[in-house]
Design a protein around this ligand. Structure first.
Ligand code: CP3
Length: 355
């Protein structure tokens, strides 16, 4: 069976028993599983080769290309999970928003969402809007064998930050001004985005994804009280919508030290942690009943082998008392990273966590 049963989330046994899914479920593992956010992408020469001349968003809509790019880091690094190659703005493009991913910049939205009238442009997403996702995940689950595939989506706040600003921002001044100044419009916007995100994750799970990660990359810009009031209900709606599948739900953001507990309470099974807080402190903040994912500083990979190993060992040591640990970087692989350093890191984590 390649696809998940919609009611039970049933997986092929070898996938269900993988170290990655066991760690997410807080079960004993033979070794600490490891994968990297942005493991597919510009750090790999084979990625740069197959992407030549093909715009980012177009490449996300070609199932054979998506399959090849998703598999590249699995072949090269021996990571414990694949992450579906796509982008957080793909579902927004699929419902007809005029946006693009500009090289070296990121997502840019032609007409930002600023008024109540603009909300009408955010219609529901159906599986028919993203046939290439279902097709690519079908191809991938056959190729991956027992290696789990992680599906993902952008969380309502992070998506809203691009839609309201019109592109990447350091301050989120327009988005936060809407949040503070017109809380009803903001709540309706985030609720619309929660429905779109939930529908997009469901497509991926029903096609065969074994876990999902909700990227709220920029939510660290908020104070906890604002998170509770203005963001958490929408993120919780997303997690609740996919709870019935029984696949692990990972929740990640950057600079979220003060939000970790709340991000778990939003409905995550696994809480992603960036490099600013060691995992033994993160687990105190999150509390029991959740696995943690993280959290080597991605810039450590620009140092020598001994330093990388010493820093990786610090992460493993800090994780020693966790109920479940998935090794990852504290944010995505940076484009100039030496891919061999990543391969060596996977081997180090596997060897030095073997039980
Ligand atoms: O390997 C993987 O992790 C899967 C691929 C993936 C991409 N985007 C591909 C991509 C994932 C998980 C994402 C998620 C994503 N996209 C996030 C959340 C993760 C995070 O980093 O916090 C965000 C904020 C985006 C929005 C976005 N898309 C940005 C900021 C950029 C970078 C702009 C740039 O060029 O530096 C993109 C473009 C993008 N998405 C690239 C890739 C591989 C680079 C474009 C390219 O290779 O041509």
């Amino acid at each position: 069976m390649t696809a998940n049963d919609a009611s039970t989330g049933q997986q092929p046994t070898a996938t269900y028993d993988s170290a990655f899914l066991k760690a997410c479920r807080r079960e004993p593992v033979p070794h600490t599983p490891v994968w990297f956010m942005r493991q597919a992408g510009r750090s790999l020469p084979e990625y740069r080769k197959v992407r030549e001349g093909i715009p980012m968003l177009e490449s996300c809509m070609r199932p054979e290309l998506v399959t090849e790019i998703t598999l590249q880091p699995v072949r090269r690094h021996n990571v414990d999970a694949a992450i579906y190659f796509s982008d957080i703005v793909v579902p927004l493009k699929a419902i007809g928003l005029d946006l693009d991913i500009k090289p070296g910049i990121g997502p840019v939205v032609e007409q930002p969402i600023r008024t109540r009238a603009d909300l009408a442009r955010l219609r529901d997403l159906t599986p028919e809007d993203v046939p290439y996702v279902t097709e690519a995940i079908g191809l991938l689950t056959r190729e991956l064998g027992s290696t789990p595939l992680i599906g993902f989506a952008g969380a309502p706040f992070t998506l809203a930050s691009y839609l309201v600003e019109g592109g990447p921002s350091r301050t989120y001044e327009n988005a936060k001004a809407m949040m503070y100044g017109d809380p009803e419009l903001w709540a309706d916007l985030l609720d619309r985005l929660a429905d779109i995100t939930a529908a997009f994750l469901k497509v991926q799970i029903e096609a065969g994804a074994s876990a999902v990660q909700l990227f709220d990359s920029w939510v660290g810009a908020l104070a906890p009280a604002d998170y509770v009031q203005s963001v958490m209900p929408a993120s919780a709606k997303v997690f609740e919508a996919v709870a019935g599948y029984g696949v692990p739900r990972i929740h990640f953001g950057v600079g979220t030290g003060e939000l970790l507990k709340l991000m778990g309470e939003a409905g995550a099974d696994v809480v992603g942690v960036d490099w600013r807080i060691p995992l033994d402190e993160a687990v105190r903040r999150v509390g029991p009943g959740k696995a943690l994912q993280g959290n080597l500083d991605p810039t450590v990979l620009f140092t020598d082998k001994n330093t990388v190993e010493a820093k990786a060992q610090e992460v493993l040591d800090a994780a020693a008392g966790l109920e479940g640990h998935v090794f990852n970087l504290g944010h995505g692989v940076m484009p100039n990273t030496d891919p061999d350093a990543l391969t060596r890191l996977v081997e180090y984590v596997h060897t030095h966590s073997a039980r």
